[in-house]
Design a protein around this ligand. Structure first.
Ligand code: UDP
Length: 375
């Protein structure tokens, strides 16, 4: 059985790393296409997960807009699909790479399997353009691997037949388990600045990168973080995303702020290490909403909507938007007292076996589903 896995960005590599391992263990002939949509942010990740990329994308992606990236990647993937027979192309999430690769699969009549299917906010502008990408991938896909019941229900509502939907949990949890198994208890961070972070302060980890937050919403969040730094008992640690529009604002508000450490984007094991040390997280990231419950962390989500409502309903997350007051009050509440307020409840996004379940479904389902694949 021949499978092409396609990815481009940091979160896709993290979430597909364990899937690549599981497919290889299931005896699949695996090819891997990396569009290089993220290069710096992906540092160390391929080695960490032992992924062997067989086909690299173009180096000029950075100069292109979203539509340009989409068309370039779509063409590159189509070329691969024409050169060799594949039983499946596997994509993850909602990036330009995932949408372009899924489109290439659909157009080439190679069945598409979508990992982390069914996420929806219902608002095409938020997150932008990811909500559009997800819906496009949903239409192009033959199999939909959802993380939660909500994801499956979203797809059923859109008319996807139930026998094409498999609820398997989120592979990000598999990645976390893999990371923890490969990091010793006395882990030494790769980044010396992480290693040098003082241990006597309440660590508030923050990440901000969403395109739709840039402008006034991002500035409100940054003001809140600056105020929290003035409390003195906390240390705000923010690995700064490479998006220049985010970077310029972060530096403007926080470069000289007391008790705020701005770091370069962290290699994944360092980030996992900081999650294990954090008292709380302020984030607009999708993946971090899924990871935080594994650490018992209660987090503040700086978005108006989330396509992961389970993080809120399970008591791990609060949507605070860009409301500075809500962020300040929320962080102060979660860092009051002498111990972090861990929530002891199962992670609603999975239990670490999603990738093996995906590999099992893909390898068994092929022969059974041949008739409708050909339709
Ligand atoms: N992450 C990382 N280093 C960092 C920040 C995040 O390795 O400095 C990881 C984090 O563990 C998570 C993923 O990157 O798995 C989230 O990526 P991001 O927030 O960029 O994307 P999203 O999940 O919102 O699509």
């Amino acid at each position: 059985m021949h499978v092409l896995v396609a990815f481009g960005t940091r979160p896709e590599i993290i979430k597909l790393g364990p899937v690549c391992t599981a497919l290889a263990q299931a005896g699949v002939d695996l090819d891997v296409f990396w569009s290089e949509q993220h290069v710096e942010l992906a540092a160390g990740l391929l080695d960490f997960f032992g992924i062997r990329v067989t086909h690299n994308g173009s180096q000029i992606l950075g100069e292109l807009g979203l539509a340009g990236k989409f068309s370039l990647i779509c063409g590159q993937v189509e070329k691969l699909l024409r050169a060799k027979h594949y039983d499946w192309i596997v994509v993850q999430g909602d990036t330009a790479t995932a949408a372009a690769a899924a489109t290439a699969g659909f157009m080439s009549r190679v069945p598409v399997a979508h990992v982390e299917a069914g996420l929806r906010t219902g608002d095409l502008q938020s997150p932008w353009p990811e909500e559009f990408n997800r819906r496009l991938i949903g239409r192009a896909s033959t199999l939909h691997f959802t993380a939660t019941l909500q994801g499956s229900e979203n797809l059923l509502r859109e008319g996807v037949p139930s026998d094409r939907i498999f609820m398997v949990g989120n592979t990000v949890i598999d990645a976390l388990f893999y990371a923890r198994a490969n990091m010793s208890c006395d882990y030494t961070p790769i980044d010396p600045e992480v290693a040098a972070l003082p241990a006597d302060r309440k660590l508030v980890l923050a990440t901000l990168h969403r395109r739709e937050s840039i402008g006034a919403p991002l500035r409100n969040v940054l003001r809140a973080l600056r105020t929290l730094g003035q409390d003195g008992d906390k240390l705000i640690v923010l690995p700064v995303h490479l998006n220049p529009q985010v970077r310029v604002e972060v530096l403007r508000y926080l470069e000289h702020a007391p008790n705020v450490r701005l770091l370069a984007p962290l290699q994944y094991p360092d980030f996992v290490y900081l999650l294990s040390r954090a008292w709380t997280v302020v984030t607009d990231s999708g993946g971090i909403q899924e990871e935080a419950p594994t650490f018992g962390l209660q987090i503040l989500i700086t978005r108006e909507t989330t396509e992961r409502p389970e993080v809120v309903s399970a008591g791990f997350g609060t949507l605070v938007g860009s409301n500075s007051k809500a962020i300040i009050e929320g962080v102060r509440r979660l860092t009051a007292g002498n111990e972090p307020q861990y929530r002891k409840a199962p992670n609603p996004f999975g239990s670490g076996d999603s990738s093996t379940r995906i590999a099992a479904h893909l390898t068994c389902v092929t022969s059974q589903t041949r008739p409708f694949l050909a339709a």
